[in-house]
Design a protein around this ligand. Structure first.
Ligand code: API
Length: 328
């Protein structure tokens, strides 16, 4: 038997599969097929999810495992902030370690377990990096510049300023007033920039961030390869960086920020390095279900989930209870 987990970070939901359990790891095609089917909100497993996190062996020193991220549409992503917290918790429990690195597409990232936020609400801190504002690192084109930091882009929306940053997956960020946050502009722009368009050939995660007070943002994200999610870890991290750069007089680097989202909240800390930046993302890593299935079923083309044996945890109730009393 093979055990999968259904997990969430700030209610950004994923299935997590540790491939090292398998005699024959799934091929790339089988992983994409599994991700596309299991995440479907109607016919998928447990009302679906936003993506599939695949854990496999890393050959890098001091690295406990490798994380691959597959969006609900089957596209691969170079990074997933909420997902990395749940993978971090998984590897911490598997190897009885508190602080270690996880290999991701572009770099080995630091992960450290934090004191529980509440009974049955585990918390993990992860490193979000590398960070780049260069057009060819997103990529973006046809915006008249090789960097986009707090610029007007009338083609996207009148009167808003936009920033484009790779962390390293691609993000388009705008700090907006509440009425814009509540409008359908984010859905229209997110949809448009994730279909064939002259600006983001590989698509882009689009986030609108509202400044609630000096150390508190609300961030909503339309994700590449998924659509709206309850939270986007890399989106909230990118928004924190853009916010710190936009208000240098607030001296926000190194300050603990609270980032609320439709699924709850996380904390971020933006760090400046000699040549760039990195962001610390701290938040819950919740396991809602354990799922036992035979290895052969995972290799099947047409997955039926009826034989998947589900065991629910009580962690989601604990998370909801914590958010009800702490949601900022
Ligand atoms: N949709 C993203 C990947 C998932 C990122 C998000 N769920 C997070 O927590 O960072 C992309 O295609 O770049």
């Amino acid at each position: 038997m093979v055990q999968l987990q259904k997990v969430h970070g700030s209610q950004n939901q994923f299935f997590l599969l540790d491939q090292t359990q398998l005699k024959a790891p799934l091929t790339k095609e089988e992983l994409v097929n599994l991700a596309q089917q299991i995440t479907k909100r109607d016919t998928g497993l447990l009302n679906g999810a936003d993506g599939l996190l695949v854990v496999s062996k890393s050959h890098h020193p001091q690295v406990l495992g490798k994380m691959q991220v597959i969006n609900a549409d089957g596209s691969f992503a170079s990074m997933c902030g909420n997902g990395l917290r749940t993978v971090g918790r998984y590897l911490a429990q598997k190897y009885h370690k508190e602080t270690f690195k996880v290999e991701t597409m572009q770099s080995d990232l630091r992960v450290s377990c934090k004191p529980d936020w509440a009974q049955d609400v585990k918390a993990v801190s992860v490193e979000i990096s590398p960070v780049s504002f260069q057009a060819n690192d997103l990529p973006f084109t046809n915006l008249g510049a090789t960097q986009l930091i707090n610029q007007n882009v009338p083609e996207f929306a009148p009167n808003l300023k936009f920033s484009a940053v790779a962390v390293p997956n691609p993000h388009l960020i705008s700090l907006v007033p509440n009425n814009i946050l509540q409008s359908n502009l984010l859905e229209k722009l997110g949809t448009r920039l994730n279909q064939k368009n002259p600006y983001f050939p590989d698509g882009v995660n689009v986030s609108f961030a509202q400044v609630l007070n000096a150390h508190h943002l609300f961030v909503r994200t339309f994700e590449r390869g998924v659509g709206f999610t309850n939270a986007c870890g890399t989106g909230m991290s990118a928004a924190s960086l853009v916010y710190a750069l936009t208000y240098p007089q607030e001296h926000l680097f190194g300050q603990l920020l609270t980032i609320s989202n439709p699924g709850g909240f996380v904390q971020t800390k933006v760090h400046r390095t000699a040549h760039s930046y990195w962001i610390e993302l701290i938040g819950n890593a919740t396991i809602t279900h354990y799922i036992d299935v035979t290895e052969s079923e995972l290799h099947e083309k047409q997955l039926g989930f009826s034989n998947f044996k589900i065991t629910s945890t009580t962690e989601n109730e604990a998370y909801q209870k914590f958010m009800a009393t702490h949601h900022k």
